[in-house]
Write a new protein. Structure first.
Length: 217
């Protein structure tokens, strides 16, 4: 492969190849050499020029997926035809049903061996998603009367930490039964806030994703 004059193009080539391999083989079973072999002659040095490790590549791949997710969150946040509670339910339904979720649960990164990835998830949840997407929706719900809380910031963070971390089988290695029990607790908790935003379809979808994870870990 000739030297790429545009570093950003080289980065995208690396991420595209890594993404394909992570999907096919899983993150743990993909090596840097596997990625190199997909790049038609790009040297190991060229990869390490942009990424210090395979973990860095995984984080970059995850960031690209997150950017796509945030576009979806922004579109729902900015809709004018839904009240705050309806937007929350739509976010959960759309998030869990996105086809890319199958890819994410197929990659099966081991969060226990990737503390930086876990920190990246927590940081994205608290510093980006909660204040920029969920909090405006909760505040809108308070204004339109569909959400009742005196602590919108904390509610936004709690919902996302429970959904993205506690209910994430890739972090706690949950079985389908454990995933079902967790989403039932989450459903009851949301109902306690007057937020009937979790339905049976979402529960079944989380169990499906857990099954994908268990098969590919």
């Amino acid at each position: 492969m000739a030297r790429n004059k545009h570093p950003e193009e080289t980065v995208q080539l690396i991420l595209d190849a890594a993404y394909r391999l992570f999907m096919e083989k899983g993150y743990e079973r993909t090596s840097i050499q596997d990625i190199i072999d997909q790049l038609g002659g790009l040297s190991k040095g060229a990869i390490y020029h942009h990424f210090k490790s395979k973990e860095d590549i995984l984080i970059a791949v995850s960031d690209r997926m997150t950017a796509e997710s945030n576009q979806m969150l922004a579109a729902i946040r900015d809709r004018s035809d839904l009240c705050g509670k309806e937007k929350l339910k739509t976010i959960f339904k759309e998030s869990i049903n996105r086809p890319v979720q199958n890819d994410i649960f197929t990659v099966v990164p081991n969060f226990h061996n990737n503390p930086r990835l876990l920190f990246s998830l927590l940081h994205e949840t608290i510093e980006e998603v909660a204040p920029n997407y969920l909090l405006p929706i909760i505040k809108e719900g308070i204004s339109d009367g569909s959400i009742l809380t005196d602590y919108p910031e904390q509610l936004a963070e709690m919902i996302l930490l429970v959904a993205n971390v506690w209910m994430n089988p890739m972090i706690f290695d949950d079985s389908e039964e454990e995933s079902y029990r967790k989403i039932m607790v989450f459903r009851q908790m949301m109902q306690g806030f007057g937020l009937d935003i979790v339905d049976l379809e979402m529960s079944e979808r989380l169990q499906e994703l857990t099954s994908i994870y268990q098969k590919n870990k």
